[in-house]
Design a protein. Structure first.
Length: 202
């Protein structure tokens, strides 16, 4: 009988414990933890995908002049997140001096003409290395038509541009070789005609 009472008390205690896990608060807390874990995993996957593609994302709060850069943009620009505060002005200072006006004009036109932009330009890293990036961006406007935010991507295309330049040079050399071969052939035919006429004249 004592054993049955003990087991009955234990079952009742377990029911009380398990009811805590069925409570709306516990379910909400569990869902929040689950969502937080999912967000963390998604952020890690996005970070890895951006690293592999050498493509970073940015978001500029124009009103408060705050700029958010993904980790990959810091890597592309050769900077460390803890040692660099991104602002629009700091970004422009990283743009190659010869490209700075073009970049600024592209951003200004996107803001005034309310259209996205897509450009290639050079950047200069703190160690002096130059890279070529492909940038795309689009602005968001408030009800009065004033720009409030701009979001975009930056992709390091330095290696692709080098490969394209090498292919262009190779094709150019091939064309010059074909042209030189054609000229030599024509010259040879002309020379044979002259030599043939000289031997007839003798």
């Amino acid at each position: 009988m004592a054993e049955i009472d003990r087991l009955t008390r234990r079952v009742a205690a377990l029911e009380v414990e398990s009811s805590a896990y069925r409570s709306p608060k516990f379910k909400k807390d569990s869902e929040l933890l689950s969502n937080a874990e999912e967000l963390k995993i998604t952020a890690l996957r996005l970070n890895e995908a951006q690293r592999l593609a050498r493509l970073g994302s940015w978001d500029w709060d124009i009103v408060n002049n705050r700029l958010y850069w993904s980790d990959e943009i810091y890597r592309i620009f050769g900077l460390e997140p803890q040692k660099f505060e991104p602002t629009y002005e700091a970004f422009l200072n990283s743009v190659h001096p010869d490209d700075r006006g073009f970049v600024q004009k592209s951003v200004d036109e996107a803001l005034t003409l309310k259209r996205p932009y897509e450009i290639d330009h050079r950047i200069t890293l703190p160690n002096g290395t130059e890279r070529i990036v492909h940038e795309k961006a689009e602005a968001t406007f408030d009800a009065g038509g004033k720009p409030t935010r701009m979001a975009g991507t930056v992709q390091d295309i330095t290696e692709r541009k080098k490969t394209e330049d090498e292919l262009f040079k190779a094709k150019k050399l091939e064309s010059i070789g074909e042209l030189a071969g054609g000229i030599a052939h024509d010259f040879n035919n002309l020379l044979m005609g002259i030599l043939g006429n000289v031997s007839i004249a003798k």
